[in-house]
Design a protein around this ligand. Structure first.
Ligand SMILES: Cc1ncc(COP(=O)(O)O)c(C=O)c1O
Length: 366
């Protein structure tokens, strides 16, 4: 793929913020875009200034939510080089989401090259550890015609921006509300795909949970309302004793997380027994109360590992590990972030390194 690059001059580029980054509010100077039409397929690949996109108010994405996205991160290594973590997994999942949403696939190698080129151009936006650069590819349906059918035209774009902690709690236990009122996704629906509608369906439940003092919602399966599925933007794991990690099996309505897959492999190699199971919420909560479950943590790109300190369910509180972060969560966090930031060896070949020619930007810690 030939990418036409229209880059901003030094004076047109924005200053790079180095503190209070938060999550997802700051974007770099440039954006990758390409267009799909039935006659030409994907074409017109450009990296140009980060600016608004102009669409017909009739564009299908606005009415029928035909859209997908991805989320991964780039990490600044101690040598100043930039590490992408398992980017091939995200390229594959993007196309799996595209297939589910009746959208055209993109060439995975081209997609990755576009991301690499964008990061190379905006490399000063990659902050020093422990902050990172968030990478957000998306595809939207752009046909300007009403009527429920797959769009004939699409826009694929990638934006990037530096991020600090996903949770205001940082690496401290978060409170999670288990919704018995709303459901996020159903088998046969779109839960396995990374598509906006799943997230839209979760917003009201998430807002209600927030008003009750919880950071996230744990979703149960939509058929029985008993099986634990995943948290708003993370998969979930339970630690039994000090050696057994259990995570819900991929049921068809759970997003197959890259971090989850990494935790399963890393956990096994660190000597834990890791199993994928159907987890009944009542049994799980009884195990928390009895202390059989010693730790709970969410895992996802944004927070990497997020310990859960307590659950709320049907007006009752269930405290996990005295609301403290436990050793298994800590160890997995240290091991995973060590590989991501390049401070530990990567025996798995998970890292793709972009060698850079500019000095490291200042740390962007919240
Ligand atoms: C609903 C949902 N589940 C799980 C995850 C974790 O996936 P990953 O580890 O690939 O970030 C995410 C984040 O992308 C998510 O949005």
């Amino acid at each position: 793929m030939e990418i036409q690059v229209v880059s901003l001059s030094e004076t047109e580029r924005k200053p790079v913020p180095t503190e209070n980054l938060g999550f997802g509010a700051v974007f770099s100077d440039h954006l990758f875009k390409q267009t799909y039409t039935p006659d030409k397929g994907w074409h017109g690949a450009t990296i140009g200034p980060m600016e608004p996109i102009c669409l017909s108010p009739a564009a299908s994405v606005f009415h029928y939510a035909q859209e997908i996205f991805e989320g991964s991160k780039a990490y600044r290594g101690p040598d100043g080089n930039i590490n992408l973590f398992r980017p091939w997994e995200n390229m594959r999942r993007f196309n799996a989401s595209a297939r589910r949403m009746a959208m055209p696939e993109v060439d995975e190698e081209d997609h990755l090259q576009a991301i690499i080129q964008l990061i190379e151009l905006d490399q000063r936006w990659v902050p020093a550890a422990p902050a990172a650069l968030y990478i957000r590819p998306a595809m939207i349906a752009t046909e300007g015609a009403l009527g429920v059918h797959a769009s004939s035209t699409y826009l694929h774009f990638v934006l990037i921006g530096p991020v600090g902690s996903y949770f205001k709690e940082g690496f401290n236990p978060i409170p999670v509300y288990i919704s018995d009122k709303y459901r996020r996704a159903v088998v046969g629906g779109t839960g396995e795909a990374k598509t906006g509608g799943n997230y839209a369906a979760s917003l009201l439940g998430a807002e209600e949970a927030r008003r009750k003092g919880y950071s996230q919602v744990l979703w149960l399966d939509a058929v029985t309302g008993r099986n634990v599925e995943e948290v708003g933007a993370m998969n979930i794991c339970f630690v039994y004793g000090d050696k057994h990690i259990v995570t819900p099996a991929l049921s068809g309505s759970i997003l197959p997380g890259v971090t989850r897959k990494s935790v399963i492999q890393l956990g096994r190699d660190l000597g834990y027994e890791v199993s994928e199971e159907t987890i009944d919420v009542h049994e799980m909560l009884a195990d928390v109360e009895a202390g059989r479950i010693t730790e709970v943590f969410g895992c996802g790109t944004a927070a990497v590992i997020a310990p859960v300190g307590r659950f709320g369910y049907q007006d009752k509180e269930y405290v996990v590990n005295d609301n403290q972060c436990g050793p298994v969560s800590r160890r997995l966090y240290d091991e995973l972030t060590g590989i991501q930031f390049g401070t530990r060896p990567d025996p798995y070949g998970w890292i793709y390194t972009i060698e850079v020619d500019e000095p490291v930007a200042a740390a962007g810690v919240d």
